[in-house]
Design a protein around this ligand. Structure first.
Ligand SMILES: *Cc1c(COP(=O)(O)O)cnc(C)c1O
Length: 401
C-alpha cells in the first residue's frame, strides 16, 4: 500500500497563526539570567562546559515534581525512548502494543530495538489507547504496553496496569507499561497522580514544540525502578566503562534553563488550558464539529486543540476545511498525527498487514488548529469566527463522494 499523502500535513506556507506553534518558545528574564550564569560558570578553561551539578539539580526537581524516585535527563525525548526500549532487552518475537494514532518517534525505537510493534485502536472520545482493544491484542509474547498521553489528555493508566498484571509473560512476568508523556508534561492522571508517576517508566520531551523546553531539544525519563534508573544512566554515558552505551547527555545550559521552565510549567500550562476552554466556549454553538473534552485539574493540557469533523466530511471535507482556514483566515492547522503506518514507510514495512480502521477513520476527521498561550483574547475571537465561517462554508459546499 502506498503512503497516503493526505495523511501528511500539507499546509507548509507561513500563516498568521502557524500550523505548529512552538509552545515552549515563551521565555522570561529568568531563563536569560540562567543562561548568562551558565556562560559565566563555563568561561574558565579549566571548567568549560563540564558540570553535572545543574543536571543533577534538574533531575532532582523533576523527580520531586512527578513524585518519582528517579529522573534521568537525556539530550532528547527520542533518544530517551530509544534507550528505554533498549533496556527491555527485546528478543525476536517479543511484542510491544501501542496506539496506531501516534507520533512516529514513539514507534521507531520499538522496531529498531528488535520488538514486534503491535498496533492498537484509540478510544473514539479521548483518542488515547483503548484498553479494551489492547486486551484483544495481548499474547504470551507481549513485553510492553506503550501508552501515549495523546495531545495533552492524560490517559488512565490503571486499566493497562490491570491488564498487564493479568497477562504475565512466561519468562519476564507482567508486561511493563511504558508511558510517552512528551505532550503531557505537568499533567495529572485520572488516578490523581502527576504524569510520570505511574507505570514502569515515563518519557518526556523538551523539544521546542513541547509544553516546556530546554533550548529546543532535551528529554527526561522518570521511574520508580532503581535498576532501570541505573541502567539508563549507564546507557547515556558510554556504559560507564563496563557496558555498552552511548553519549546522550543533556548539557548544563539545557538543565539550567530546564529548572526555570519547570518552575514556570504550571503557570504556562494554566494559560494554555484557559485559552482552550475559552475557545471551546466560543465554538460551543458550532454544529458539525466535535470539540475536545473539557476536563479540569490538569487532566487535559491541550498540547493540541483536537477538532473532529463529521464522518461524511472525512478526508476530502476535512482537507477542504484546513485549506479554507489556512488560505482565507491565516489559521494553520495540522493532522497530529495520522496512523504511523500510513505516514511512515519504515513503520509500514515493519507492521505488514496490520491495520486499525478506527484510527484511520478518526485521523481522516481530525484537525488541530493552532493554539498557543500567547495568542491574545482578541485573536481567540478572530480564530473562533474563522472556524465558524469556514465550517459553514464546507457545510454548504461539500458533497460526499
Ligand atoms: C515530541 C515527541 C516525542 C519525541 O521527542 P523529541 O524530544 O522531539 O525527540 C515522542 N513522543 C511524542 C508523542 C512526541 O510528541
Amino acid at each position: 500500500m502506498p503512503i497516503d499523502s493526505s495523511t501528511v500535513p500539507r499546509n507548509r506556507a507561513p500563516r498568521r497563526w502557524p500550523d505548529e506553534p512552538a509552545q515552549g518558545g515563551w521565555y522570561t528574564t529568568a531563563e536569560l539570567a540562567a543562561v548568562q550564569e551558565v556562560m559565566a560558570h563555563s568561561r574558565p578553561w579549566r571548567i568549560g562546559w563540564r558540570g553535572a551539578e545543574r543536571i543533577r539539580a534538574f533531575e532532582e526537581a523533576f523527580a520531586a515534581k512527578t513524585q518519582t524516585s528517579a529522573a534521568i535527563a537525556f539530550n532528547g525525548g527520542g533518544t530517551a525512548l530509544e534507550m528505554l526500549l533498549h533496556a527491555l532487552d527485546l528478543k525476536p518475537g517479543d511484542e510491544v502494543i501501542s496506539c496506531a494514532l501516534n507520533f512516529v518517534g514513539t514507534h521507531l525505537p520499538v522496531i529498531h530495538q528488535g520488538g514486534t510493534l503491535i498496533l492498537a485502536e484509540p478510544d473514539p472520545l479521548t483518542l488515547n489507547l483503548d484498553p479494551s482493544d489492547v486486551e484483544h491484542r495481548l499474547t504470551h509474547h507481549t513485553r510492553a504496553i506503550q501508552v501515549t498521553h495523546w495531545n495533552g489528555l492524560a490517559a488512565d493508566l490503571r486499566p493497562f496496569l490491570d491488564l498487564a498484571a493479568r497477562h504475565p509473560h512466561p519468562v519476564h512476568g507482567p508486561p511493563v507499561v511504558i508511558v510517552d508523556a512528551a505532550r503531557a508534561c505537568g499533567g495529572t492522571t485520572p488516578a490523581g497522580l502527576p504524569v510520570g508517576a505511574e507505570g514502569w517508566a515515563t518519557v518526556f520531551s523538551f523539544e521546542t514544540k513541547k509544553l516546556m523546553t530546554t533550548f529546543g531539544q532535551g528529554g527526561m525519563v522518570t521511574t520508580n525502578d532503581p535498576a532501570l534508573a541505573e541502567r539508563l544512566r549507564r546507557l547515556r554515558t558510554y556504559g560507564m566503562s563496563r557496558h555498552w552505551g552511548t553519549n546522550q547527555q543533556m548539557t548544563k545550559a539545557q538543565a539550567a534553563v530546564g529548572l526555570i521552565q519547570l518552575d514556570r510549567l504550571d503557570e504556562m500550562n494554566r494559560a494554555r488550558i484557559a485559552h482552550a476552554h475559552h475557545r471551546t466556549r466560543l465554538l460551543g454553538g458550532t454544529p458539525y464539529l466535535t470539540l475536545p473534552p473539557t476536563l479540569s485539574g490538569g487532566r487535559h493540557l491541550y498540547y493540541r486543540y483536537n477538532l473532529l469533523v463529521p464522518a461524511t466530511w472525512a478526508g476530502a471535507g476535512r482537507d477542504a476545511l484546513m485549506d479554507v482556514l489556512a488560505e482565507q483566515y491565516g489559521l494553520g492547522s495540522i493532522i497530529n498525527d495520522p496512523p504511523t503506518y500510513l505516514s511512515h514507510a519504515y513503520i509500514r514495512a515493519h507492521t505488514q498487514s496490520q491495520a486499525c480502521p478506527r484510527a484511520e477513520q478518526l485521523a481522516a476527521r481530525l484537525l488541530c488548529p493552532c493554539l498557543h498561550p500567547l495568542i491574545s483574547e482578541h485573536e481567540e475571537y478572530e480564530i473562533s469566527d474563522a472556524i465558524h465561517q469556514a465550517t459553514s462554508h464546507i457545510a454548504r459546499t461539500h458533497r460526499p463522494e
